[in-house]
Design a protein around this ligand. Sequence first.
Ligand code: HEM
Length: 555
Amino acid sequence: MLELSQIQSNILREYRHGTAPAFVHFIFLRFGDATDARALIKTLHPMVTSCADVDEGVHSVLNIGLAYPAVEMFGHGGDARALNERDDEATGTIEAFKCGMRARAVKILGDDEDSDPEHWEEPYAKGRLHAVLCLNAHTREKIKTNLDLVGAALKKYPSIERVRDEAAADFGGERAGTEHFGFADGIAQPSVLDAGEPNYAGSGTPGKRRGWEPVKTGEFVLGHLDESGQVQFRSEFFKDGSFMVFRKLQQHVGRFREYVSEMAARKGVDPELVSAKMVGRWKSGAPLMLSPKKDDAKLAADLDRNNDFRYEDDREGKRCPIGSHIRRNNPREDPTGPGTIQTSKHRIIRRSTPYGTRLPDDAADDGEDRGVLFVVINADIARQFEFVQQNWVNSVLSSTALTLPADRDPLIGRQRGGDEAGKFLIPTAKRGTRPIVAWGLPRFVTTRGGEYFLLPSLDTLHHIGQNTRPPVDPEGCDASDGSSHTEPAAEAQPPPEPVEPESLPEPTAATTETIPAAEAAPTAEAAPTAEAAPTAETTPTTEATPADSASTEVE
Ligand code: HEM
């Protein structure tokens, strides 16, 4: 069974409960020395929320993520490196985590041209971050109180630099679950085995007789069985943690609306249909697979139905184009999609929120910065997030005549100019009519920065704060070869003196041995990895007939 009181809440619980608004804020930190950093973690530990807390009705959430330099600083680099030596399958993730997002951006994530890290915002563009504090609350007052508390704690440690805050948009609760292009977001999420959440139809892995199985726990919580039948991350330090991908994605809303309306006018179709075909859902969230001709708000709101579909009945993408955003990013059992690739090994949990103000419906672009604070939870950054981004968002799919060369994700893909300008094929339902080909897709989304973080268990955070080492649990993670306990002997440090903000409860009692003195965190840029994430079949597709002049009736 999962120890939900050990698992940080944002791993298995979403911020928004039903339609309640969520106020979301991220604080990014650089640590100057390990003593202050440990003291901060000890101070904040009682506020850190677990999944069990949320289940008991706590809606005011603090989660702590650590980037690799912090793991190294706390003396656990060996735990991470040991995984590489012991477990081939984990190599990619530790490599990704260790190098950080910036080093993987160009070659793996497709962040080129405007999205190139050269153009990222600070502090993402230079140096490494050490930590992120993720705060969520259901009222504006509560998030302010929590920000004040955390801010007061941070001020006590001069060596800790608060390098950036990212606040999600405050829409006062209205349309909070709608991203800036106008679509309901956060609908389809994997259901996770033993997570204690409802297993809505469509959210797991396609099973027998059109049923759905929850995705194995180890795909999202470290130290548990995953879809390959393996327990990766056999180290107490990592157990019950997960990895969090943070990516700031700017949306060019004016450009998107202009493109859609021009394309619709040229083809003589409804602009709502063009944008729905790009996403795979209507703006309300109703899936094209279940409602191909018109939006259906009732279906969108029905959790038992709004995700209950497969693509096997739509081999040619006449309802939901093969290249649409949702079909690429979770092809389910799609016979025309990634073929032999087992989709269940590439699932991600999304916890994104919009930032910036809304562009009013009929307004021209106002040049304001707006987009998504895109957050992914996954156990293996390379096999899950990076795989999806590299192979399903940014590669041409291998579905022969059903997609086009340069047919990347029409919503978020890495489109380029000239010959490489994006194309998107919208097959039509009526026999004898030719598909719509959307030409010259520009880039609608630009990367502004990001980083990879570990979300350690409550116990691991406790040990970091106390400067002690988690005990080896013979029943739990197998660390019996000792490779997760191979830090060189060093002088033990006394546990740091935390500063307790008045209203925080006392931290729980310390246990076990003291770990070696902290190493200095590497601040230099990590060497970029040359290796790409595992590749899907990305055989070039056969060119489909451009059909500008043809009849373009779409279902
Ligand atoms: C500005 C950036 C993005 C926007 C506006 C956006 C928007 C959307 C929307 C409207 C949906 C359909 C509703 C839902 O199921 O939540 C969706 C689904 C999804 N998106 Fe995105 N998305 C963005 C970035 C990404 C990225 C970078 C990835 C992956 C690397 C991604 C992966 C997914 C997945 C996996 C689904 C669910 C598919 C399914 O299970 O059916 N999205 N997104």
